[in-house]
Write a protein that binds this ligand. Structure first.
Ligand code: NAI
Ligand code: MG
Length: 351
């Protein structure tokens, strides 16, 4: 019996509702498989925890988490209790940084039965691989002088190591998909970092002869996500470009409630963290109508990272069968509850 040790951090708001449901689904998969088990340990770290303890997680929180195979997070944030920058930086961003989760992966795919805001979405199925540790989001720079003389300088940081790492990750994923990697660039406007990015993309692509490549400027690429998302397979992007693209990716799927994400540690020193794109959704908390699909699809990404791709695929197929059958929560036009959708997915898995 192979047991995966998972640290669950449901967090705030609907995070608590959907993590519980996704754990039910994972347990159903383990039962079906027979040879694996999931050992969940739940941590109450959240804004409520902050009110009681004055911190989002204990001082030795990271040490505790370090020993798990993966972290499974819901959502963090309750602006009524704690300012967002305190809650996000005290937990989520701390984990991403300290655990060297240098790559962010976000699939976007049209699920059958779910209406995209695009009039003709075709059958898009793409994966954005975003650099998650450097690039435009760096703390290098500063502000000097005052009033009309004031100057702000913000430096982007692109290392050969980080750039090559995210590109190789994208190529490896593409090898198991439709074998096409698109690089998000802007070398016509950004004259140092982006030509560097393009050079490394060319170098790395030489090692992957069977994979088709192209480079698109980020502005045109963002437009293509709306007009022709079906053209893309894997897109590799810097931190900022990837951030923007993934929000478009989530939007064209039809609801932020179904979008999954993974923060990947590639050096094996720390666990990766799996969390849906959505936040704590305070406007629908406690109503039992949060869409569990973002969290459940996120569980599929976690299964893939364990090397359990067959189970991961079974899970996504089950999600698609259920969306196609019309068992949907209100955010995607349905009348069903969080629990109904989860139960339908579990029955589908058992078939
Ligand atoms: P949000 O993602 O929580 O909600 C945006 C809209 O999407 C709301 O109308 C909400 O009802 C809907 N929505 C979100 N998840 C849903 C689901 N599973 N099913 C159905 N509908 C869903 O973003 P918002 O309102 O900007 O932020 C709320 C709180 O969450 C803030 O404190 C924010 O900082 C935090 N947040 C945390 C994130 C994380 O933990 N990764 C990501 C985004 C926001
Ligand atoms: Mg974003």
């Amino acid at each position: 019996m192979k047991t995966y040790k998972i640290a669950s951090i449901p967090g705030d708001g609907v995070g608590k509702e959907v993590v519980l449901q996704a754990e039910r689904v994972l347990n159903a998969i383990a039962e079906l498989h027979g040879g694996i088990a999931f050992d969940f340990t739940s941590f109450p770290w959240s804004c409520e925890y902050y009110l009681e303890h004055g911190t989002m997680m204990p001082d030795d929180g990271l040490e505790t988490l370090q020993h798990f195979d993966a972290l499974f997070l819901g959502a963090v944030g309750n602006q009524k209790l704690v300012p967002d920058h305190v809650s996000l930086w005290g937990l989520l961003i701390k984990i991403r940084r300290e655990f060297e989760q240098v790559i962010n992966v976000r699939p976007a795919k049209l699920l059958p039965g779910i209406t995209s805001p695009l009039v003709n979405p075709k059958d898009f199925d793409l994966l954005v691989v975003r650099e998650n540790s450097e690039g435009e989001y760096s703390s290098v720079g500063g502000r000097i002088y005052q009033d009309e003389d004031e100057i702000a300088i913000q430096n982007a940081v692109f290392s050969r190591r980080g750039t090559e790492r995210v590109m190789r990750y994208a190529f490896e994923l593409a090898a198991n998909r439709r074998k096409h990697v698109t690089s998000a660039t802007k070398s016509n406007g950004i004259v140092h970092s982006m030509p560097f990015w393009d050079d490394i993309f060319k170098e790395v692509s030489r090692d992957y002869a069977g994979i088709k490549t192209d480079s698109q400027h980020i502005d045109a690429l963002a437009a293509f996500f709306v007009t022709h998302p079906e053209r893309f397979d894997v897109i590799v992007a810097s931190n900022l470009f990837g951030d923007v693209l993934t929000d478009i990716g989530a939007a064209i799927m039809g609801s932020v409630g179904i979008a999954p994400a993974a923060n990947i540690n590639v050096n094996g020193k720390y666990p990766s963290m799996f969390e849906p794109v959505h936040g704590s959704a305070p406007d629908i908390v406690g109503k039992g109508i949060a869409n569990p699909i973002g969290q459940i699809w996120t569980a599929k990404l976690m299964l893939d990272s364990f090397g359990e791709e067959e189970l991961g695929n079974l899970l996504l197929q089950s999600i698609e069968t259920v969306t196609n059958s019309g068992v949907l929560t209100p955010d995607v036009g349905g009348k069903h509850s969080t629990e109904d959708v989860t139960s339908a997915i579990i029955s589908q898995i058992k078939k």
